[in-house]
Design a protein around this ligand. Structure first.
Ligand SMILES: Nc1ncnc2c1ncn2[C@@H]1O[C@H](COP(=O)(O)OP(=O)(O)OP(=O)(O)O)[C@@H](O)[C@H]1O
Ligand SMILES: [Mg+2]
Length: 261
């Protein structure tokens, strides 16, 4: 398993879980590339302990205007939008120059791009950058990529997940979250992703975990593990600090034992 996409409803805990997985995988001796593919939220770099985010990959590819022009030209020449591809060749982590990648204790971070200004246009170019980058990204045997996805399911429409091997769907205790998870499960099956798991998050009792597991199983989703509500995590998020939480980290270890036996 090389490329893992972390998906789910807005606010369910995707970024928190990306950070916890990245730390856990790094501690097991693998090198981790975190790909921030969320066009809206800007705080992942802080959770990972970086002072600043890297420059976005959309700039590495020439900037938003150029990317938009390239996409338009391809569509005009008859390529359907869902097949537009922006990168001419494979790229390895070592090929990504500073300032487009930052590195901190075994964890590297790249970010696709953020919508920062009003009337900036739609996020489609960012989706195509994510899709193209993940398709061409070549990882070494000891490298794992973890992708922090935009909330919801739109990125499936843009084909961002077509090159990932594993989808983790974060589910917090709410019916909305279950419903989004069901849709993500179905969309992942449609594009034939081999490994699709739900991860329960913000769990406050064994009973809630059992109830959610039941509901997810009814929706054809298997649960890989359950992360408890951890006040330390809540506090790190509140203060924008390097994320840590002993309770949640302990739970993530059990999930990693299953994902990387
Ligand atoms: N296991 C947990 N224990 C306690 N609080 C948690 C836990 N997981 C997430 N949270 C809380 O939920 C909030 C949202 O988490 P996070 O930012 O990871 O969600 P997200 O799914 O990435 O959101 P978005 O869709 O906006 O990107 C955090 O700020 C934190 O307060
Ligand atoms: Mg997030």
């Amino acid at each position: 398993m090389k490329k893992i996409a972390v998906c789910g409803k807005g606010g369910s805990g995707k970024s928190v879980i990306v950070r916890l997985l990245a730390g856990g995988i790094r501690d097991r001796g693998q090198r981790v590339l975190v790909v921030d593919s969320d066009e809206s939220n800007t705080g992942l770099y802080r959770m990972l302990g970086f002072d600043n985010p890297p420059e976005p990959l959309i700039d590495f590819m020439g900037g938003k205007k150029k990317v938009e022009a390239d996409i338009e030209a391809k569509i005009r020449s008859g390529v359907p939008e869902h097949l537009v591809h922006l990168m001419a060749r494979e790229i390895s982590v070592a090929d990504i120059p500073a300032p487009y990648i930052v590195h901190n204790g075994g964890i590297r971070l790249v970010t696709v791009g953020k919508i920062l200004m009003a009337l900036e246009g739609c996020a489609c170019p960012m989706g195509i950058v994510s899709r193209s980058f993940l398709k061409e990204l070549r990882l070494e045997a000891d490298e794992i990529a973890i992708v922090d996805m935009e909330a919801g399911v739109e990125h499936f429409g843009r084909g961002v997940e077509t090159s990932v091997d594993c989808v983790l769907v974060v589910v917090e205790p709410s019916l909305d979250s279950l419903e989004v998870a069901e849709r993500i499960g179905n969309l992942s099956t449609q594009i034939k992703i081999g490994d699709v798991w739900a991860v329960l998050n913000k769990i406050t009792s064994k009973e809630f975990a059992a109830e959610l597991t039941d509901e997810l199983n009814k929706r054809d989703l298997a649960v890989v593990g359950s992360i408890r509500y951890d006040p330390e995590i809540f506090e790190s998020c509140l203060h924008g600090r390097l994320l840590s939480g002993h309770v949640a980290e302990e739970d993530v270890e059990k999930i990693l034992d299953i994902l990387f036996p």
